[in-house]
Design a protein around this ligand. Structure first.
Ligand code: SAH
Length: 368
């Protein structure tokens, strides 16, 4: 038996198997890896895809991450904040469609007006959906008081990618005043407050190794991450990390397949978490997100931001569906999901099984 097949025959890979699996790029081996991950997904969380309606509510940002298109020092972006009423009508639409959850994402700000805006949105979305829509926030690093305020207003899930679990590598991707330790501490705060904790990394960053990606997966487990949102790095022309662009065309396939292996290996190791098939996958292949589902992901985040704002929320070049409305996005997605033989979990919240199980353990006094 090959090394890969020996690992795949285990009930669950060991920590030091992860890098081997991530490196399995030979097509026949990769196909076996993805199929094994798909089987674990069906066993652990079912052949059901959960939709989370995504609202990119503002691109104003106080951070200056070297890879990101909406970084503070990019002068080529028109800055916007979507009016409250527009978000609320979008959220109402999502609720009427049977979406279990919406995600509010934006650049990072921590001024009182912004904190109040998010509190207002959370309160009103909960009210209009009679507490049925679960709300995921993704507003970056905030104070404990702010996280608590939003949690008490009714947000239950939070997505904060660690970007990379390697502190030295993080420092190479961010200006000196950004802190990996602070970001990690934010994850711990969010977990202690009671949020379902989401995190993730970018895959295929310049200089990143499969050993680092393997440690990222161990980091998710250590930090009690129960929702994973990760996607391929895609260079943006107006950022310091634009250098990769010249050679990117021939790298697209490698970026896509590495991201698919990362999803698969995360599924094999963490088993009962929720994993999103990131929009960035679709930038690399028209059916990239469906390929993500086939590799073990079980969540898709249809973009419900009004198309008039989308060109200004370009985190990376070539973001897909820039001119599609929410309904068109839904139509094209549903057909493709049905063709995979999966169903869509309409009318269900789709909480992370891993989160539920850890809560049950605490409740029944079997906490580790
Ligand atoms: N301000 C929020 C949301 C950030 S944008 C926060 O800090 O959490 C969401 C994610 O987009 C980031 O966490 C990052 O992982 C991803 N992203 C940014 N630039 C990217 C790029 N060039 N390629 C791929 N993903 C990118």
């Amino acid at each position: 038996m090959s090394k890969l097949d020996t690992i795949l025959a285990k009930p669950r890979p060991d920590a030091d198997d992860l890098a081997v699996l991530l490196g399995a790029h030979v097509p026949a081996e990769q196909a076996r890896l993805l199929a094994a991950a798909y089987a674990v997904k069906v066993r652990e969380v079912g052949a059901v895809v959960y939709f989370r309606g995504l609202f990119e509510l503002s691109n104003l940002c106080s951070k200056d991450c070297l890879y990101c298109g909406i970084r503070r020092s990019n002068q080529n972006v028109e800055r916007y904040t979507v009016p409250v009423e527009e978000i609320l009508s979008g959220a109402r639409w999502a609720w009427e469609q049977g979406y279990g959850s919406v995600v509010l994402q934006s650049g990072e700000r921590s001024d009182p007006a912004f904190v109040d805006l998010i509190t207002e949105l959370v309160t009103k979305i909960r009210a209009l959906s009679h507490d049925q829509l679960a709300i995921t926030l993704s507003q970056g690093e905030q104070s404990e008081a702010t996280y608590r305020t939003w949690f008490e207003a009714g947000a239950e899930r939070y997505l904060l990618r660690i970007e990379t679990s390697d502190p030295d590598f993080y420092r190479r991707l961010h200006p000196a005043d950004h802190s990996w330790e602070r970001r990690r501490d934010c994850l711990r705060l969010l977990d202690s407050i009671g949020y379902q904790l989401g995190s993730g990394v970018m895959i295929g960053l310049p200089g990143q190794t499969v050993e680092q990606l393997a440690r990222d997966i161990l980091f998710f487990e250590q930090e009690k991450v129960v929702m994973i949102g990760m996607g391929p790095f895609i260079p943006h022309a107006d950022t310091p990390l634009r250098d990769g662009i010249r050679n990117f065309a021939w790298k697209r396939h490698a970026q896509l397949t590495l991201a698919l292996r990362m999803i698969a290996v995360t599924r094999l190791y963490l088993q009962d978490v929720n994993i999103a098939a990131a929009t960035a996958l679709q930038t690399l292949a028209p059916n990239g997100r469906e390929q993500g589902l086939a590799a073990g992901a079980n969540v898709i985040m249809p973009n419900l931001t009004d198309p008039k704002y989308r060109t200004a929320y370009q985190l990376y070049d070539g973001k897909p569906c820039l001119d599609e409305s929410a309904t068109q996005c839904r139509g094209c997605l549903e057909g493709r999901i049905a063709s995979l033989g999966e169903t869509i979990g309409f009318g269900q919240r789709g909480d992370s099984h891993r989160f539920q199980r850890s809560k049950d353990k605490l409740r029944f006094g079997q906490g580790e």
